[in-house]
Design a protein around this ligand. Structure first.
Ligand code: SME
Length: 160
């Protein structure tokens, strides 16, 4: 098992490297929990501004906390609630530059200032969302949406 490493400080380059490392690290037929857990470690290394990286997995009409790195978090989010629920119900990536301006934001960590949530869509259904939070305002933008979106496409092939 190789440690993850990134050769550049450029975010787009780092996301490209993360995609290659994710494919090398996570066999789609491996147990889902192991792949999700390793993905959180990889992404925390990849995204220096991240205070929290993790998954909420869809269980019926709710999202349930999955593997993550960061402070403890709320365990269940109804579809449509908070940033995670909005991303899941719209099947769209949601970038929130200032969480205080997002109606219904669920504050698990009062230090969190901005976030991005990317849905993982398999056969037209949301199976999970990938949530990345930051203590910095406006930490995420278009480059992150594209980079994490490409990673979510890889993750969609896992054993959901
Ligand atoms: N920010 C999320 C809640 C989950 S925590 O940030 C880990 C939301 O409003 O959906």
């Amino acid at each position: 098992m190789e440690a993850t490493s990134f050769s550049s400080s450029d975010p787009a380059t780092r996301y490209g490297e993360a995609r290659s490392q994710l494919q090398a690290l996570c066999d789609p037929s491996e147990d889902l929990i192991s792949n999700l857990a390793n993905a959180t470690a990889l992404l925390r290394d990849c995204i220096p501004a991240a205070s929290w990286v993790g998954f909420y997995v869809r269980r019926g009409a709710e999202l349930v906390l999955g593997p993550f790195q960061g402070k403890v978090a709320c365990t269940r989010i109804p579809l449509g609630r908070g940033v995670c629920g909005a991303a899941a119900s719209s099947q769209q990536t949601v970038v929130v530059p200032d969480v205080e301006q997002f109606p219904g934001h669920i504050a698990c960590d009062s230090g969190s200032r901005s976030e991005i949530v990317v849905p993982i869509v398999r056969a037209g259904q949301v199976v999970a969302v990938l949530d990345v939070d930051s203590y910095e305002l406006a930490a995420f933008g278009e480059v992150d949406a594209r980079g994490l979106g490409a990673l979510a496409e890889v993750m969609a092939s896992w054993a959901w």
